[in-house]
Design a protein around this ligand. Sequence first.
Ligand code: PEP
Length: 268
Amino acid sequence: MGRKWVGTGWKMNKLLAEAEAYARSLREFVDGHAPEIEVFIVPPFTVLRRTCEILKGSPVKVGAQNMHWEERGAFTGEISPLMVKDCGADLVELGHSERRAQFGETDYTVNRKVLAALGHGLRPLVCVGETGPEKAFGVARECVARQVKIALKDVPESRIGEVILAYEPVWAIGESGTPAEPDYANSVHGVIRDAVSGLYGSRAAGEVPVLYGGSVDAENGPLFVREKEVDGLFVGRAAWDVRGLIRIIEAVQGESRGRPRGHEGPAP
Ligand code: PEP
């Protein structure tokens, strides 16, 4: 795996002026510092086009938070792959645990959306992760492997390198979340890698970035990316202020260069 990844999903936050200010500041930062990190942001639909416009031509990728799998039709309130593409997006987040828990998203609908995304030149960013009870009952690994295998069903081997996976244990996300221990995250990332490898072989599995998400910040971020199987971070709250995202990018950059920041200790 090459560069590390750092991205944020804004969830249901930011009006147009806030989105514009964030995107402009991020653009200024990447233009000035050229971080050797793959950076992405995932705004709400209402500001997606404008965010894409501001970041056009920069290395920052922009994604939608969800989409329907059909191109058009009688699906009131839904957004199609054509519409997401038309906004200028590069990727689409699919299967976030909030969508699974609150909006009826299933492994099977995630799979339809993954195939639709690839069919329209959008990189699918697929979120997987066990709930607290699933962890407590000792089935986290089975749960995550199942989610990955179903999400990737019928994805051709030639396209697997376009998929991005995010391991987001449900118990680690949000206000009430506790970040996973980095070695625990690493072991589940290994399960995810093995699931992809079982479908496509180990070389292809090595092409799929597997990001960790769940109460990440600039202090603990470097501890996650230090782990062998963790290719980057998917961040919520700590990156909703652009300065937070920049701090995390800098911390990961420092860790990747062997100069850890934000915590004590020698370079690995
Ligand atoms: C998320 O909800 O995807 C997430 C990673 O949130 P947070 O970083 O705020 O826990």
